[in-house]
Design a protein around this ligand. Structure first.
Ligand SMILES: Nc1ncnc2c1ncn2[C@@H]1O[C@H](COP(=O)(O)OP(=O)(O)OP(=O)(O)O)[C@@H](O)[C@H]1O
Ligand SMILES: [Mg+2]
Length: 419
């Protein structure tokens, strides 16, 4: 009954806008600063671990850009865009045409044959067909054609009073070059934007993705170091976590209140990571209402509650990822999870040293190779100083919980040995 009056406001989920976007004022201000560039010297990379809030922040930027008279193009980049240069062209033309298809680039009066028939105007729009036709008619390589086309598009719309166009692509870490197939879609994208920006055309790139994104761009084109401002989204600070928890329920009709004790448990268990905050708060909210319904009890033993929620989180968020890892990779990840610095960053040497006492230790080339496989699987990433971190927040804690669970179960088996 009460649930209908005040629906659960928390939103754990990929790209789901939270009821209250906490702690991102600085990033929003930085983005607004980028919008006042007349000549684009800074593009933006929005990066961070899984679930830290990249997509929802990108969605928050959109109306800000539109308010400042920017046009906004873009979407999620699927793996398929990365396959070939042609796919990048199709992507850009599709996104552009969505913005420009109502622009008339020429009009022709058509005078029909016969008497008493009035002439009528035929408009030519800058739609997908026109863009494709123009693109095809430009001579040169793919990059020459794209550059010239983008220039032409700006020429057609510049007098309409727009500040420019933001090209925003989420999950951009999926882009890569494929030297073996002589396909360089990532380099193409970077070359084209760098070139049009040098001609003072205000087309800005905003790329969002996991921490592998920036090193990947720099590897493709070293000039990207100067071309992008990198915004690394981190876990929320304590005061912001409190706002993320409390603002959504600070309404008179909300039946749920978090005690100080519950708030500190949420701060501790979520590690300040936005997805975990939403998940824990949503579960707590439901749990509380359910308890009132069943027993009328309005007080929750929150320490016990958080244990149940953590178990659910392990199943919903971590277990799928853990299931995809081989036994040998698990051994390596367990070694890493038990390093004192596993929640920050670690080196190959530290992993090799810690694994020395195992029945089957790891050589450094083996660790290097396995970390590279785990990077492709999105579980770890290498930073610019050659050190590694977990790419999934709080993965180390999950692994340690699993280990404890195994030890506990083993202990129970030893207590009741098979006859
Ligand atoms: N600043 C914030 N305050 C409160 N909740 C937030 C905040 N940012 C994100 N969230 C919540 O965190 C969750 C994850 O957000 P989002 O999908 O944007 O993360 P992401 O970084 O894009 O994740 P992924 O790497 O998986 O694409 C969502 O449930 C969202 O509502
Ligand atoms: Mg996302």
């Amino acid at each position: 009954m009460v649930t209908n009056i005040f629906p659960n406001p928390f939103r754990p989920g990929a790209g789901h806008m939270p009821p209250y976007l906490a702690g991102r004022d600085k990033e929003i201000q930085d983005f607004e600063d980028l919008l006042v560039q007349e000549v684009i010297v800074n593009n933006l990379i929005l990066t961070g671990l899984r679930g830290v809030g990249k997509t929802v922040l990108l969605d928050t930027f959109r109306p800000l850009a539109i308010d400042s008279k920017w046009l906004w193009a873009g979407t999620d980049l699927s793996e398929s865009v990365s396959i070939s240069e042609e796919k990048v062209v199709i992507r850009l033309l599709t996104d552009l045409s969505a913005l420009t298809s109502s622009f008339v680039i020429s009009s022709k009066e058509q005078i029909p044959f016969g008497f008493n028939t009035s002439s009528h105007i035929i408009n030519h729009y800058l739609d997908y067909d026109t863009l494709t036709h123009l693109y095809e008619s430009i001579p040169g390589l793919v990059s020459d054609k794209l550059k010239a086309l983008l220039e032409l598009v700006w020429h057609c719309i510049r007098d309409e009073g727009f500040s420019g166009i933001v090209f925003a692509y989420d999950e951009a870490q999926t882009m890569s070059d494929h030297a073996e197939k002589e396909q360089y879609p990532l380099s193409l994208l970077l070359d084209v934007f760098q070139s049009v920006q040098r001609k003072d055309i205000p087309f800005m790139l905003v790329l969002t993705g996991l921490p592998t994104l920036f090193p990947k761009l720099v590897e493709a084109r070293t000039f990207t170091e100067r071309m992008f401002r990198v915004m690394f989204l981190d876990r929320l600070e304590e005061s912001d976590i409190k706002e993320a928890i409390l603002c959504p329920i600070q309404k008179a009709e909300c039946p749920v209140r978090f005690t100080d004790n519950a708030i500190s448990e949420i701060i501790k268990s979520s590690g300040g990571y936005p997805y975990f905050i939403q998940f824990i708060c949503k579960e707590s909210f439901d749990m509380y209402l359910q308890q009132i319904k069943v027993s009328g009890e309005t007080h929750i033993d929150y320490r016990k509650a958080i244990e149940d929620i953590t178990r659910k989180l392990d199943n919903d968020f971590f277990a799928g990822r853990w299931a995809k890892v081989t036994d040998r990779q698990r051994e390596l990840l367990q070694v890493i999870a038990n390093l004192s610095n596993s929640d920050e960053e670690f080196s190959v040497q530290e992993v090799v040293a810690a694994a020395k006492s195992l029945p089957k230790p790891f050589s450094s080339s083996h660790v290097n190779q396995m970390l590279s496989t785990l990077t492709n699987a999105g579980l770890v990433y290498k930073n610019r100083h050659g050190r590694y971190s977990f790419a999934v927040p709080l993965l180390g804690q999950y692994i340690r919980r699993q280990q404890k669970e195994i030890i506990k179960r083993k202990g129970q088996l030893d207590l009741f040995p098979k006859q």
